[in-house]
Design a protein around this ligand. Structure first.
Ligand code: SAH
Length: 401
């Protein structure tokens, strides 16, 4: 018989509304033998069936729901169906690229699983005990359904430790013939190192926003902060920017970034790569009176969890305020937060507060901004209405007025 976990009174509300996470504090009883990653039945305190979930003994997220259907077993066929649905969605909605997120965890009904495709290579992250348990089956299904030459694992993210899983990376299927892949996205070629790059190698989630930058940057002086391998920088240069200054504290990322210019026949004299701390540099530029027509702020996750929010808010505010003070009239700020713990409302609040402070610091009451657009990740990062945490990438495009 399948093991069961029993929720405390009232704790069934959130999972019944299809939020897939069951927190440890919601569980009051356990029945049967439960092992890490195995499937458990979730019941309310009155014995009502809530769902079938993967059990995570170490994590505060004690279980993640696979299915709310009592008649749906969690077996090989279940994963085959889920993966087929995820692939069909990308086929229908995502074009103009050979770098696609094929599976985006909770949003595809597979909590903890990330699969990115770069040409004929898949790079996967197994970030929860549940997908770790089913890894072999998942890899086999991915091989069957995508016909990719190589499946590579990058389960070296710190969240694995919270699941009681060790870090792992390496080839799972086939052979990685080249550690440097060239992908094409909206007429631009990018170099990706799936073995050492951040996440699975590339920030696929910014695709639509890179295209936005390319469309807007003709003739502009652009500052790209936290540029990583220069995704936005290449887009701006291709869009006709007159100068692009790109800043990151990772020398390795910058080395990849600059090599992509020749690949795309872009003029290296228009591109400047700066290996420096973003906070120091923003201060230096601001005090030096630098001015830009477009500034992009895409910092790392300042708030990895809710307890970091206060400090994170300060950091977001500081960089936004500095950037706003350096924008020329009609200049554009594209500002992002990828902290899942920071919701849309708090992000807006923080950016708008930065705008107020920019005006007071500059002693310029006329300094104002208008929101032109909300920015988010592409359609290969679907967002569930029942799972706000999945909407982690939030952005605003502001114009100085
Ligand atoms: N905009 C990038 C992704 C940015 S990820 C893209 O579209 O590809 C965040 C980046 O910030 C990483 O490359 C990291 O090296 C860099 N970073 C983190 N802290 C930093 C700091 N204090 N100063 C400068 N760069 C920093």
């Amino acid at each position: 018989m399948q093991a069961t976990i029993i929720l405390g009174a009232g704790k069934e509300r959130s999972p019944m509304n299809h939020h897939p996470w069951i927190f440890a504090s919601a569980v009051v009883g356990y029945e049967g033998k439960i092992t890490s990653g195995s499937t458990v039945t979730v019941k309310s305190d009155s014995g009502r069936f809530i769902g079938r979930a993967a059990y995570s003994p170490m994590s505060q997220i004690r279980a993640r729901i696979w299915s709310w259907d009592e008649n749906e077993p969690i077996d090989h066929a279940f994963f085959k169906r889920k993966i087929a649905i995820a692939l069909a969605h990308r086929k229908k909605w995502v074009v103009q690229t050979s770098a696609i997120r094929l599976i985006f965890g909770e949003a595809d009904g597979l909590p903890g699983l990330i699969v990115d495709q770069y040409n004929q290579t898949l790079v996967c992250q197994f970030l929860s005990a549940g997908v770790e348990f089913w890894k072999e089956a998942i890899v086999q299904i991915l091989e069957d359904q995508t016909a990719c030459h190589c499946i590579y694992e990058r389960s070296d993210a710190a969240v694995r430790e919270r699941e009681g899983l060790s870090l792992a990376s390496g080839v799972l299927k086939g052979e990685l013939t080249d550690t440097e892949l060239i992908v094409q996205e909206n007429q631009i070629q990018y170099l990706i190192d799936p073995t050492k790059g951040h996440k699975t190698g590339f920030y696929i989630d910014q695709r639509d926003n890179r295209l936005e930058v390319a469309k807007l940057s003709s003739g502009l002086r652009v500052l790209n902060m936290f540029c990583y391998t220069g995704g936005f920088s290449l887009a701006a240069l291709q869009g006709g920017a007159s100068e692009v200054i790109s800043v990151d504290s990772s020398g390795d990322a910058l080395a990849i970034a600059s090599r992509q210019l020749a690949l795309n026949h872009l003029d290296p004299s228009k591109a400047k790569w700066v290996d420096e701390d973003a906070f120091d540099l923003l201060k230096k530029y601001r005090e030096g009176g630098e001015q830009f027509d477009m500034i992009i702020l895409d910092p790392p996750k300042f708030a990895p969890s809710a307890q970091h929010l206060l400090r994170a808010k300060k950091a977001y505010k500081e960089i936004n305020r500095s950037a706003m003070q350096m924008l020329r009239p009609n200049g554009l700020l594209l500002t992002f937060s990828c902290s899942g713990a920071m919701d849309l409302e708090l992000f807006d609040q923080t950016v708008f507060l930065a705008a107020q402070e920019a005006a007071t610091h500059k002693k310029d009451p006329k300094l104002g901004f208008r929101v032109l657009k909300r920015l988010t990740s592409g359609l290969d990062h679907p967002k569930l209405s029942s799972f706000p945490e999945g909407n982690y990438l939030k952005g605003l495009m502001l114009e100085r007025i």
